[in-house]
Design a protein around this ligand. Structure first.
Ligand code: ATP
Ligand code: MG
Length: 424
């Protein structure tokens, strides 16, 4: 049997990094009063079609949708924001609190072409701030994402930021852009030709060199923005300066989801590797989504970090020291095997990490496994020890052996604790 294409197993060595990321995120976000939320992985398909936009890649070709036993249309969530907004409205949080700050981490599903940094099941770590249209909220969200990446020692990151204004500005601009690009149809890449009639704004995002050249002289979205949007953007930039967060204004930055307005941003690595997906974090403002999905008129801003892409960045920069203080228990014979369970229970109660050998093989083989598992000491309990009511302890680094009385197991554990702490 094989796993489904585009999915991954995350084994212990990688999971260590994931834990580190989540623990740091939890500390940073909760320090800023962002509260964690879990939403279901399955939602009504409508939730996504109504929010992300029918003409986006996600809705038009990437959804994992199916009908359940009662013919309901269900979708595995492709992103977190729409679900969080649904939960906000359903739990009346938008009525209860003027401001709601939340964060989440969980799996998302998109039927994309699997490649490095792009899976069909991937995890996003996201934060959302509801209830303020103040540009300081945009700055806060960006600040927290940048802070997390910085604290994880991510280097060579670039924050790109843009304003995509209101849907009306975008609509007007879209027409102008389309008219301009129609003159160059034959030189555009295939994806962009398709997008010309469905979602011309996304052409700005094209990675194709020819298309990029054509775009150099295209009309600028910025000049279509109204005064309010421009003022908002200027303030966001000012606050980022104040927080000493470097950024690059990229007027061609548009997001792949329709619900954004005003601020749009991405955090990218500057590592030039065509095989690597270099966007780690994407986000922006979405002032109309809560209302659009049936809630109050609640402005919002948020972002999401791709866990797998972040992990691939950290993999080479962070290493974990393995100062293990594990105890391995090797035993042989019925009485000794039974007694080993008691010893395990007592040691774990004293906060040691304990591995019980379950093989009943020779002590030589059991000791080999203790070495392999990087234990500090091995407790040896055989027939001989059971007769003399002792336990033999072997220090695996030095090979030194000690024997102590079973009745003084409690005292011995204290001695062990002190000794291990002094050694580390
Ligand atoms: P991209 O342009 O790379 O497709 P996106 O604009 O679709 O990204 P968002 O929907 O904004 O991405 O998601 C935010 C982050 O989630 C991305 O920056 C990326 O780190 C991660 N992400 C998105 N899609 C995938 C995927 N298929 N596999 C792994 N990570 C992903
Ligand atoms: Mg995408």
């Amino acid at each position: 049997m094989q796993k489904i294409r585009g999915t991954r197993d995350i084994l212990y060595d990688e999971l260590k990094y994931w834990r580190l990321i989540i623990n740091k995120a939890k500390r940073i976000f909760e320090q800023a009063k962002y509260l964690e939320i879990y939403t279901p992985i399955i939602e009504n398909t409508d939730l996504f079609t109504k929010s992300i936009g029918e003409e986006t890649d996600i809705i038009s070709k990437e959804m994992y949708s199916f009908q359940d036993q009662s013919s309901r249309n269900i979708t595995l969530r492709p992103e977190g924001t729409a679900s969080v907004v649904r939960a906000l409205i359903e739990n009346k949080l938008d009525t209860l609190n003027p401001i709601n700050r939340v964060w989440y981490c969980g799996p998302m599903f998109r039927y994309e072409r699997p490649q490095t940094g792009r899976q069909r099941q991937f995890y996003q770590l996201g934060l959302e701030c509801f209830g303020s249209n103040n540009p300081r909220a945009d700055a806060e969200v960006i600040y927290l994402a940048v802070k997390l990446l910085k604290q994880l020692s991510c280097k060579s990151l670039i924050l790109e930021i843009n304003s995509i204004g209101t849907s009306l500005s975008r609509f007007k601009y879209q027409e102008k852009l389309k008219n301009y690009l129609l003159h160059y149809v034959s030189d555009l890449d295939n994806d962009s030709i398709k997008r010309l009639y469905t979602n011309p704004l996304r052409i700005l995002d094209s990675k194709d060199i020819n298309t990029q050249k054509i775009l150099l002289d295209a009309p600028r979205l910025y000049s279509f923005l109204d005064l309010r949007a421009k003022k908002h953007f200027e303030k966001v930039c000012k606050y980022l300066n104040l927080l000493q967060i470097p950024y690059l204004i990229n007027n061609n930055l548009v997001r792949g989801l329709d619900y954004y307005n005003n601020t749009a941003f991405e955090i990218k690595t500057d590592i030039i590797n065509p095989k690597l997906q270099n966007t780690i974090c994407g986000g922006g403002r979405y002032d109309n989504l809560v209302y659009q999905l049936g809630g109050n008129k609640v402005p919002a801003v948020g972002c999401a970090i791709g866990m797998e892409r972040l992990y691939s960045l950290l993999q080479d920069t962070i290493s974990f020291c393995t100062s293990s203080i594990d105890i391995y228990i090797a035993s042989q014979g019925n009485n000794a095997n039974k007694y080993s369970l008691f010893v395990m229970q007592l040691l774990q109660a004293r906060q040691f990490t304990v591995t019980l050998d379950l093989s009943s093989k020779s002590f030589k083989k059991q000791l080999k496994k203790a070495h392999k598992g990087h234990a500090s000491v091995c407790f040896i309990i055989g027939e001989k020890e059971m007769l003399s009511r002792t336990i033999t302890v072997k220090w695996l680094q030095s090979g030194i052996q000690e024997i102590f009385k079973q009745e003084s197991l409690q005292f011995y554990t204290q001695y062990l604790k002190n000794k291990i702490n002094n050694d580390i």
